[in-house]
Design a protein around this ligand. Sequence first.
Ligand SMILES: Cc1cc2nc3c(=O)[nH]c(=O)nc-3n(C[C@H](O)[C@H](O)[C@H](O)COP(=O)(O)O)c2cc1C
Ligand code: SF4
Length: 467
Amino acid sequence: MAKVTYLEDKEPHPRERRLIFKNVDRKGWNPSLKKYLSDGGYKELKAALKMEPGAVTEEVKKSGLRGRGGAGFPTGVKWGFIPPKNEKPVYLISNADESEPGTFKDRYILHQDPHQMLEGMAISCYAVGAHLAYVYIREEFPEAARIVEEAIAEARKNGFLGKNIQGSGFDLEIYVHRGAGAYICGEETGLIESLEGKRPYPRIKPPYFPAAMGLYMCPTIVNNVETLCHVKHVIAMGGEKYAAIGTPRNTGTRILCVSGDVRKPGYYEIEVGKMTMGELLNDVCGGPRKGRKFKAVIPGGSSAKIMRCHDSYKIKQGDKETEMTFYDLPLDFDTIAQAGSMAGSGGVIVMDDSRKMSWVLNNINQFYAHESCGQCTPCREGSTWMRKITDRLVAGTATPADLETLESVAYQIDGRTICAFGEACAWPVESMIAMFRDELLAETSEKNADLPSNPEEEAQRRYLQEA
Ligand SMILES: Cc1cc2nc3c(=O)[nH]c(=O)nc-3n(C[C@H](O)[C@H](O)[C@H](O)COP(=O)(O)O)c2cc1C
Ligand code: SF4
């Protein structure tokens, strides 16, 4: 087995509820099949193989499980889109690209508990009728790829993969596919293109919904690593019991990855909706750094809209509308959406009052300008244009009009692109200007209008003059 570093002294926080991360950094644990079996591993696969495939999907529907990759789409509903009788093969892909900045949960599953994911995949493949599945692992995780490859070989040797799994008559092969090293490879249709050996240009939806026209134009399910692990626990408990964890419509547990200006950054698995933002930041993560106050939070990875910590929100729960402070917001998909952002991939990025928002925004813009696949004009040109403006903002050479241009470019990307990367790069800009307009304006000056707009443009101007 490949060598893995554990943080064995890191006990889970008492407010956590660990299902998926039960074995992560667990004392004496290792990613071998022997260890996994000694802990009851593959029991749920054996149980699922005795059920009708449709009954497995029904349990997942009952569980209310929502995808943990970003959009929070109900997993059972997605599986239900696979045509029940079709001539073509069905594929399943575990999305292990984990490319959203601020998100660092899937890598721990791949490194420390790969059999949990493989078991979840095998159950899911059985449910949707797939006999071939892939783990698409981001290029930057070479160790994870090696560990998962070893786990697949072990599972195959012991009859948990391959032909006639556990005497059930069900056949399944799983392969690791190393990613192509780009953020857009995490977008499901870009990922599929990449898996087919092409550039990861996302496909337009409709018509290319993977469940209908996915890998090699065959029905394909793409699920996040964490989502697939939850499937095992749904089968262990039964859909209804699983649905009792968390809150209605936001069931189960999820792993939050907290980074930035808190005393105890890290990963925390919580019951969805049972913990508030204040409890997470102040109790679990130890509050702000000494002498500092929380200023802003990006709650679901870098593409989620930024939130101010002093704001309050009107949140509808059932028929009731309640006024809540930022700290009172329960951490679930629907509440964070009502508060104007998204719970996304669970990457909670915290900024305190030492942070300049121009710097934060420029950092985000640099990332998106670099990662745009370039297929559509608003995203390709707009992301770079936005980066150039925030480059000027941090350099102190921007004008107030630049801020207006920045905002207008973002709104012209939003909703006008092939894939959701367009929103991913526009939302941070739109929300940052809406929330911190005065702070950003204070860093601009009318006097800067006389300056060349940026060195590249100045060089181009001179070249044209001289030509
Ligand atoms: C630009 C972009 C990047 C994405 N990156 C990832 C990723 O790294 N991992 C992931 O699971 N989903 C990612 N997604 C979401 C996937 O397209 C897809 O919705 C998800 O894998 C579905 O899994 P789920 O239903 O289990 O959440 C990304 C989406 C976009 C638009
Ligand atoms: S929105 Fe951006 S990343 Fe998505 S297809 Fe268009 S150019 Fe590529």
